[in-house]
Ligand binder design. Structure first.
Ligand code: BDR
Ligand code: CA
Length: 317
């Protein structure tokens, strides 16, 4: 008698576009460690720090976790239409709190991130999924340069925007959106399916004492680095809002492994391109008052406990 075997599930190939950044770094770690994901490339943008630093951080993290074979391509030095305003949470290097990460010997790809994306998408047998955890400079430029390849992107899961302010710890604008709002508009108008995981949802996955206790049990070099990152990363949140660090980018990445961690609703997102205090604000039309077709699925709720369980499991050996 032969036993029927469940077909092996192929890991999902993804490209990660990021600006590491502590929470981006944790997303890189998760992508590499998850058996459900095949990390085919990392493209880097400016954002949490200048491009040279975010690229160096991506290389160092990948090398540290034994993923030096994952190609890294450097992208935009500045937003498409504005000067660069850096993120504030991650310190001058973009990854403060990890001085003992080795300097990378791994080299960056010779192609600009946008051209690397094009080449990788062209070669891929099927459309690829992209997770974006930074300002959308690279993807906006890709839309302008390679419109003919948009059909090779299956979808984009993006950490960014803010859609529903439920409390005073949710700011009216979000960094990834307001850093390069023109790029965001290009991506939203591109027709590529987009899931937006906004600040109002990611501010519900906070690292507080119970989470530190769980991370503390992961007694490995990687577990210790992650705790060190989190301790630096939470400073801004702790002093300005009185809460722990929010795992914005890891939540977006986690949706590739388990999309049921969040509920989503389709809506049209408009981006404020002229505001002074609201530049880059993302205004979601959940009731279709604008009469525009939805251009995104927007995360509205998250199961934080299940997200943290997934993260602890990925970090354990
Ligand atoms: C986003 O901005 C950055 O500081 C984080 O890495 C995250 O991608 C949160 O607003
Ligand atoms: Ca980021």
């Amino acid at each position: 008698m032969t036993t029927a075997q469940a077909p092996a599930v192929r890991p999902t190939p993804i490209l990660l576009d990021c600006d590491p950044g502590h929470d981006d770094a944790i997303a890189i770690v998760m992508a590499h460690r998850s058996p459900a994901i095949d990390l085919v490339g990392v493209t880097v943008t400016c954002g949490n720090a200048e491009i040279d630093k975010t690229v160096s951080n991506a290389l160092r993290v990948l090398q540290f976790i034994g993923a030096a074979d994952v190609p890294v391509a450097a992208g935009c030095r500045r937003p498409l239409a504005r000067p660069l305003v850096l993120g504030a949470a991650d310190g001058p290097s973009g990854l403060e709190g990890s001085p003992y990460l080795p300097a990378a010997t791994k080299a960056v790809e010779p192609l600009h991130a946008v051209d690397f994306l094009a080449e990788t998408l062209r070669k891929a047998p099927e459309p690829l999924r992209i997770v974006a955890t930074g300002p959308l400079c690279n993807l906006g430029l890709f839309v302008l340069k390679y419109r003919q390849l948009l059909s090779k992107i299956k979808d984009i899961t993006w950490m960014g925007g803010v859609f529903y302010r439920k409390s005073e710890i949710i700011t009216p604008t979000e960094f990834n959106a307001s850093c390069d709002p023109e790029a965001l508009r290009l991506v939203l108008d591109s027709g590529v399916p987009l899931t937006a995981v906004g600040l109002d949802v990611t501010m519900q996955v906070l690292v507080e004492s119970p989470q530190y206790a769980e991370f503390g049990k992961i007694d490995t070099a990687l577990g210790r680095v992650v705790v060190d990152w989190l301790k630096f990363y939470e400073r801004l949140h702790r002093t300005s809002m009185g809460v722990g660090g929010a795992l914005h980018d890891p939540l977006a990445l986690a949706l590739i492994v388990d999309p049921t961690l969040v509920r989503t609703r389709p809506a049209h997102i408009a981006v404020d391109l002229s505001g002074s205090f609201t530049l880059g604000a993302t205004v979601a039309d959940f009731w279709n008052e604008r009469g525009m077709p939805p251009n995104a699925n927007i995360a509205t709720e998250v199961d934080a406990d299940r997200f943290f369980d997934l993260l602890y499991n990925l970090l354990r050996d």
